[in-house]
Design a protein around this ligand. Sequence first.
Ligand code: DMJ
Length: 467
Amino acid sequence: MKTIRNLAHSMRLIMILLMFSKICCTSEIKIDKAEMSKKVKLEFLHAWNNYKKYAWGHDALKPLSKGYFDWYGESLLMTPIDAYDTMILMGLGAKSGEAKELILSKLSFDKDIYVSNFEITIRLLGGLLSAYELDGDRRFLNLATDLGDRLLPVFRSRTGMPYQKVNLKTGKTQGEVSNPAEIGTLLMELGTLSKLTNNPVYYNKAKKAQTELFKRRSSIGLVGSTIDVETGEWLGRESCISGGTDAYYEYLLKCWVLFGDEDCKKMWESSIEAVNKYLADSVSTGFWYRQVDMDTGAQISTHFGALDAFFPAVLSLGGDLDRAEKLQKSCFKMWTKFDIEPELMDYGNMKAVDTRYFLRPENIESAYYLYHYTKNEAYFEMGRTYYQSIKKYCRTKYGYAALNSVITKEKDDQMESFFLGETLKYLYLLLAPENRLRFDDIVFNTEAHPLKRFTKTGVSGTFRVSD
Ligand code: DMJ
C-alpha cells in the first residue's frame, strides 16, 4: 500500500516537473522571439535610415559607396514603396509616416521611360495596393489606378500576352520575347485593382494573358522558358520552376485563393501535377526540382538556387506539406553549405554555379509559411540562422549589401528594394511572437505585399473585400 502511495507521489512530482519545464520552455521561446523580432526591426531601421540619409527620393541605396541608384534614370521610389507595408507591419509609426509623405508628395508615373511591366507590377502596383488596403488613404488607390492604366497597353499583342516593356508616358511597347513569369504574374495586382475600382478591364486582360500561356502547355502539361507574345510560339523549350517561370505557378494558385477563381484552380491543379511528375527529383543530396524538356520530360540540368526556394511556400499554401517540408530541408542545406545561399548551384554535386547573393527572401519566405502551417520550432531556428548569416556577411556601415561571391563573401554595392519589402518582412513575421497580420485574411503577392482576400458575391466579375 505504502509503495503504491509513494509511486503515486513520485508520479505527481514528475508531472509537476514536466509541466514546469514546459512552461519555462514556452516562455523562454516567447522571450527569445520578442528579442529576435526586435533585432530584425533594428536591422530594418539601419537599412532604412541609411536609405534616408544617402538615397532619399531615389529607387535604391548603394550600401558601399553611400550613393543611390535609379533603375530608369528617373526615380519611381522603388525602396519606399516596397518598404512601406513592412513598416506598418513592424509598427514603425513615425518612419512609415515619412515614407508615406514621400510617396504621396513625389511619386509621378508621367515619365517618358520604358519600364519592365512585370517588375513595376509586382513591386509598385502591388506595394500601392497593399498600402491602400492597410492604410486606407485613397491617394494610394489613385496612384495605383493611374499606374494600372499606363501599363494596360502591354496587352495589345496578337495573342493578348503582354510585351515586356511599356513607355509610361506614350504607351508604346517593346519586347516580344517574354517568359512565363512575366506573362503570368500580373493577375493578383491587376485583379485587385479591378475589384477595388469596380472596373473589370485590368482583371480580364491579366487573366487572358495567364490563360493564353496555359493553353500553350505541351502535351505532357509543361510550359517552356521563352515565348513570342505575337506568334505564341515557344522559343525556349526548357521547363523549370526557376527564375523566369517561378511566379507563373505561384499566381495560378494564389489567384484561386485570393479571388476564388475556379479557372485558376483548374490551371494550378493540372500544372502542379505535371511539375511534380516531371520536375521533382529525389537524389542522394535531397529532394529538389530540376530542368527538363517541356515535350519529353527528359532531364536537361540539375540546377537549383535562391529563386527556386520560393517553392516550399507555394507547395504548403497548396496543401502539400510533405513535399514542402522535404524541399525546405534541401533549401536549408543549400544555405548552410555556403553559410549563405548562392544564386544557383548544381544539386548533383552541391557546387555553386552562380556564386552571387542578392539579399533574396525566398528561403526565408518558405520557412515562414512552413512555420505557420506546422508550428514546428525548427523553422524558427532556421530563421535565426538566416538572420545571423545575413547580418554577418551583408551588413555594411551604410546599409546591407549583396554579395558578389558566397565563397569569398566579397560584397557588391547594391541593396535591392525587396530586401526591405520582402527579406526583412518575412524574417520579422517568422521570428515575431505574434504579428498584426491574420494569414488567412490575405495573400502575399510575389513581392510580399499582402492583399486582402476577396469573396465572390455571385455576380461575375464583382467581389467584396473580406473584413
Ligand atoms: C522579387 O522581386 C520577387 O520575389 C520576384 O518574384 C523574384 N525576385 C525577387 C526576389 O528575389
